[in-house]
Design a protein around this ligand. Sequence first.
Ligand code: CP
Length: 322
Amino acid sequence: MTTHQWKHKDLCALADHTPDELLTILDTAKAFKGVGERNLKKVPALRGKTLVNFFIEPSTRTRISFELAAMRLSADVINISASASSLEKGETLLDTARNLEALRADLIVIRHQSAGSARFLADRLNASVINAGDGAHEHPTQGLLDAFTIREKLGCIKGVRVAIVGDILFSRVARSNIQLLTKLGAEVTLVGPSTLVPATFACLGVKLAHSIDEVLEEVDVINLLRIQHERQRKEYFPGLGEYTARFGLTKKRAERINPECLIMHPGPMNRGVEIDSDVADGRGSVILDQVTNGLAVRMAVLYLCSGGVPFAPVASAANSLS
Ligand code: CP
C-alpha cells in the first residue's frame, strides 16, 4: 500500500488524470466495495466532514449514490437542488458555492448543465469539488464505475474491445469513458449515426462505426447510451423508430453477440429505444452491477479528494478502514 496522500483536491475530468492515478482510484474503490459487503458497512474515514450534493439537473443514481457514499464514510450530507436554492432568485453559481463554503462545506458535488462548471468552482474554492456531470463535457464517476465494472467482470481493461453506442456527440458519459478506457489500453469503437458520431472523434484514439451490426460480434462490451430525446436530438436522426432499427440492441441482435459480452447502460434507459426490455434484464446485462459499483467508486473518490491515502491490496485496505 502506498503511504502517499492523494494530491488532487478535486475530480473535474478524467482527462486530468494519468493512467496510474485512474488505476489507483479503481483499486481504492475495490477496497471500499469490500467494506460495503461487510455487516458493518460504515467507516469513519470522513467523520466530521460535510458534503453538499448540489444538483442543478435531475439525477437518481448519481445523487443518491454520492449521498449514500458520504454516509458510509460517516460524513454529514446536505442535498440541495436549483429550485430550492437562491439560484432561482438570480444568485450566481459562484456566490452560492462560496456561501456553502462559508458554512464549512468540505466537499461539493455538482451536476450542472454547463461544461466546465465544476472546474470553474474548483479553481475558486478551497472545498473539494467533484463533477457529477457538466453539460456534454464529462461525468467522471460514471466513467470510473463503468471501467470498474468491466475490470471486475472481465479481469482487465487493457485489450478489451468496447463499443459505445448512441448519442456520442452530446454525451458526457461517452467522453469520460473514452478518456479512461483509451488511457488504460481498451480498444474503443464509437457507434451511431454520423450526425452523432462525427469523424473528429477519431483523433481521440477510437474507431468509428455507423452501424451496430458491424461491431456486434466483435466486442467484449456494449455500452448503450440514452437517446436524449428531451433535449431535441430528433433532428440528428429521422425518428426513434429509425434509430432503434439501425442502432437499438434488440433481442434479435443480442442473439448474435458473444455469450461473454457485457451489456452496459449508464441509465436512465429508454426501454424499447436503445435497448430491448428483455435484453436489459437478460443474460449479460450488468446494468444494476454498474449502479452497485457506483457506490464504491464514489466512496473512493470522496475519500481520496479529502486527502486519503490510496489503497492497493484489497484485503489490507478493507481491514485498515475499520
Ligand atoms: N447515469 C446517471 O448519471 O444517472 P442519473 O442521471 O440518474 O444520475
